[in-house]
Design a protein around this ligand. Structure first.
Ligand code: SF4
Length: 355
């Protein structure tokens, strides 16, 4: 028996080809099917009541709807909810829902674990277990939309999530093809229909992939920079030994910001590592001539990793140095710290257990 095709991982164009060529059906059937999966979030062919019974049976025999199932949820006092999901093969991944008055943002994972090994990050300690498929990336969005609808009494026809950030577990550009397909699905009018302005993908700096990302997708880019010089960056982010800051900044200068695609630099402030006045001045110099915005994030401590949080007054002094050098910088509010849902804390840890 051949392996069933994961149709939730197909773009509408690919699904149409499957429906016509493999099932011998008219193209409009693909559109119906796609809407069931990517607008209504249905994970069972039997529920697709406008498809004939015979077609549903053929789909059950030849295809599957790969998705993720909620395994655990933790709620923060600030409204953030961390969801842990299980894949079909029992792997665990996490997504973080962050509501605010003007938007409902979901931070999605793109891999189970991560190969990049950033020293300050809990996910990095897991190593890479596997890539997530497009269906598993998109399924996090469908599942959390359903949760929010239910929790907040929102009509089933509406899509509560407004913004997506690809900043959860994994390095998105290390799983580029699947991330690209998931973006196509998430942006499709017959699917969730997100605007590219509301999709941000973060990278530690896989330089050759930044160019492909610029050419082949429309989403915004965030660079996880975290250091103002190569010596420090190489110590905390091994990727810097392959592509250093100069190579990364070159790739950022080529990014098509003129088309309205902004580059954001994420800078996690760690006490005594990268948060001195000299580091701030170095960072300002690095960003001269790059139309950039900097998000300063006070480190969320992970027991056992040995890094400390930069205190509020130091973070503000750092920001002021950037401001004086005319670099736009914001201290980003930390969300979900009390449930280990903040940046760098996703590691599938059981509540109450030490990571
Ligand atoms: S910070 Fe991101 S890229 Fe680095 S190890 Fe953690 S998940 Fe991977």
């Amino acid at each position: 028996m051949s392996t069933p095709i994961d149709i939730a991982s197909l773009t509408l164009e690919q699904l149409t080809a499957f429906v016509e060529q493999t099932l011998g059906e008219k193209p409009y059937r693909a559109r119906q099917l796609y809407k069931w999966v990517h607008q209504r979030g249905v994970t069972d062919f039997a529920q697709m009541t406008d498809l004939s019974k015979a077609l549903r049976e053929r789909l059950i025999a030849t295809a599957e709807l790969r998705h993720v199932v909620k395994d655990l949820e933790q709620r923060s006092s600030d409204g953030t909810i961390k969801y842990r999901f299980k894949t079909f093969d029992g792997k665990l991944l996490e997504s973080v829902y962050m509501p605010s008055p003007d938007r409902k943002t979901l931070c999605v994972s793109t891999q189970v674990g991560c190969a990049m090994g950033c020293r300050f990050c809990a996910t990095g300690t897991l190593g890479l277990l596997r890539n997530l498929s497009p269906s598993e990336i998109v399924a996090q969005v469908h599942a959390v939309n359903a949760e929010v609808r239910q929790n907040e009494g929102i009509a089933s026809t509406l899509r509560p999530l407004t913004n997506l950030v690809f900043m959860g577990m994994g390095e998105p550009l290390h799983n580029f093809e699947n991330v690209k397909t998931s973006l196509q699905i998430l942006q499709s009018e017959e699917g969730p229909n997100f605007s590219h302005r509301h999709l941000t993908v973060s990278t530690v700096g896989l330089v050759p992939m930044i160019e492909r990302f610029a050419l082949e997708t429309q989403a915004k880019l965030a660079i996880s920079l975290n250091a103002s010089n190569d010596e420090t960056r190489s110590q905390i982010m091994p990727i810097n030994k392959k592509w250093n800051i100069a190579a990364l900044m070159d790739a950022c200068r080529q990014f098509p910001v003129k088309q309205g695609r902004r580059v954001t630099f994420e800078y996690v402030l760690m006490e005594g590592v990268n948060d001195s006045d000299a580091n701030a001045a170095e960072l300002a110099a690095l960003l001269q001539g790059v139309p950039a915005k900097v998000n300063l994030i006070q480190y969320n401590q992970n027991p056992g990793l040995g890094f400390l949080t930069t205190q509020d007054n130091r973070a503000e002094a750092f920001r002021k140095i950037l401001e004086r050098a005319e670099v736009t910088a914001l201290i980003r509010q930390n969300r979900g710290r009390d449930i280990a849902a903040a940046c760098g804390q996703l590691a599938n840890v059981q509540p109450g257990a030490a990571p």
